[in-house]
Design a protein around this ligand. Structure first.
Ligand SMILES: NC(=O)C1=CN([C@@H]2O[C@H](COP(=O)(O)OP(=O)(O)OC[C@H]3O[C@@H](n4cnc5c(N)ncnc54)[C@H](OP(=O)(O)O)[C@@H]3O)[C@@H](O)[C@H]2O)[C@@H](O)CC1
Ligand SMILES: [K+]
Length: 445
């Protein structure tokens, strides 16, 4: 199921628009937190860290429910509750409340309810050190909504942040759950449905539904991927094999120098035209090197194009792509080379880039994003860090070109390609080389 992602502002709007009271939302949040702890552990000692805002309020509610479930609960508060809701939640807890400090004793289960979406500045050094110490000494750590110290919309770490086992996102995912560096500190991320309407154009990319291949279909139905080769045979070979192995009906390589070792099914030719009506998608960039004329040539084609790697650096002006049907797959350096410095979070940068070139942008990295010019933004689920090796980008562009050639819409094809690439990496293990990814591609029929 697709999980939506809400920014701080959208979260506040959704909270206000909810049909139930804010107090009821907090009650559900705290109950869900207790439920998540109970699912992961038999009753034992729990330490709840409570901050002054509503994140702390969730903590008092969770403490009450955990105690009812037989857990031995202590609460350590940073300060007295400040918000009305948190005051009410504190009042409904009739147990003791310790003052959080250097001398706070750890417990096997730690629930971090210090700060959530309302964090406005770094934690004090002493508080950050206490949080790190208590998390290190715990056996199971759970963050309420967000690990404390993380900025919701950007995913930046404002201070030292532990790596949690579980983060329970309330109502919806937030950008930080799927942006670096924050995402690596969240552990598993579950979403508690607390009854708010979490509608958004931003979402976590989920398993795609691929167009079925017609049993009576021919090779062009499955898609003809046309690669324009350049100077580096290794990268071209990876992209071509990835395209073929992800189900293209036909992969053809325009090259003046045949590449050795490619399967015979991948046709290599120095003849042909990018005007060929049967082409499903052109792929330009893997192994391209310094041949910018290939971009000019590709842009004369009336067909979808994937521009990767060197092709992105050679586009020159993003506005050159307006009116064409292109998917760009830049990593950080390539995005900067084409679009210059863009302000804001990675999500902002992805959307500005897509707007400027009026096409789909796959902004790669440990936290890959897929942006459409109409504002849709897909966040990749976490993928193994082993993907950070040479050639994995060539494989991704080959997969995306195939899905596009099979007739998927550009944004859908890009999201699906990113999802498939990540799952192939999980299957391939660590360490992996790009060839392993191709061998580990899931069944795409
Ligand atoms: N959205 C929903 O539907 C629902 C949301 N819910 C919950 O509400 C949470 C958001 O609550 P929130 O807005 O009260 O913010 P929260 O994260 O508790 O922190 C704000 C407090 O911390 C303070 N403060 C900030 N930074 C600080 C620092 N570095 N060091 C020290 N203090 C600092 C800040 O003080 P100030 O900045 O004003 O000085 C203020 O007092 C959300 O994450 C979720 O858990 C659920 O209950 C129900 C449904
Ligand atoms: K928290």
């Amino acid at each position: 199921m697709t999980r939506t992602i809400l920014t701080l502002e959208q979260m506040r709007e959704a909270e206000q628009a909810a049909e139930c009271s804010l107090g009821e939302l907090m009650e559900r949040a705290g109950e869900a937190l207790a439920e998540a702890v109970a699912l992961g552990s038999a009753p034992r000692a729990v330490l709840v860290l409570a901050g002054p805002g509503n994140n702390g309020g969730d903590g008092y509610v969770a403490a009450r429910h955990l105690r009812d479930r037989g857990f031995d609960v202590r609460i350590a508060a940073l300060a007295d509750p400040k918000s009305d809701l948190a005051v009410d939640a504190r009042t409904a807890w009739d147990g003791e409340v310790e003052r959080l400090g250097d001398d706070t004793k750890p417990a096997p289960i730690l629930i971090d309810c210090l700060f959530g979406t309302g964090l406005s500045r770094p934690l004090d050094d002493a508080l950050a050190a206490t949080l790190m110490r208590l998390a290190e000494r715990a056996e199971f750590t759970i963050a309420c909504d967000l690990p404390s110290g993380i900025e919701t919309d950007s995913g930046a770490l404002l201070s030292d942040v532990p790596e949690y086992d579980l983060t329970l996102a309330l109502g919806a995912l937030k950008p930080a759950h799927r942006l670096s560096p924050a995402m690596r500190h969240c552990g598993q991320v579950a979403v508690a449905d607390i009854g708010i309407d979490a509608a958004s154009d931003w979402f976590e990319i989920a398993e795609p539904v691929l167009p079925p291949a017609r049993p009576e279909g021919h090779k062009y139905d499955r898609g003809l991927v046309q690669l324009l080769a350049g100077e580096m045979p290794g990268a071209i070979a990876l992209a071509a094999k990835a395209a073929a192995r992800s189900g293209a009906g036909y992969v053809r390589l325009f090259t003046s120098q045949p590449i050795e070792g490619l399967p015979d099914a991948i046709v290599q030719t120095d003849q042909g035209s990018v005007q060929d009506e049967r082409i499903g998608c052109l792929l330009v960039g893997p192994g391209m090197g310094d041949i910018p004329v290939l971009i000019t040539l590709a842009l004369t084609a009336p067909k979808p194009i994937v521009f990767d790697a060197d092709a992105i650096r050679h586009v020159g002006d993003p506005e050159r792509l307006v009116g064409h049907d292109v998917i760009l797959t830049p990593h950080e350096g390539e995005l900067k080379a084409l679009f210059g410095d863009i302000e804001g979070s990675k999500a902002d940068r992805a959307l500005v880039a897509a707007q400027r070139c009026q096409n789909v942008v796959v902004y790669k990295g440990a936290d890959t994003l897929v942006a459409a010019p109409d504002g849709r933004l897909g966040f990749a689920p976490p993928a193994p860090s082993a993907l950070a090796t040479a050639g994995t980008g060539d494989v991704l562009s080959g997969i995306i070109a195939t899905l596009r050639a099979r007739g998927m819409d550009a944004f859908e094809a890009a999201c699906a390609g990113v999802w498939i690439h990540g799952r192939a990496a999980e299957r391939a293990g660590d360490p992996l080389i790009a060839d392993d990814l191709i061998a580990a591609l899931p069944d795409l029929t």
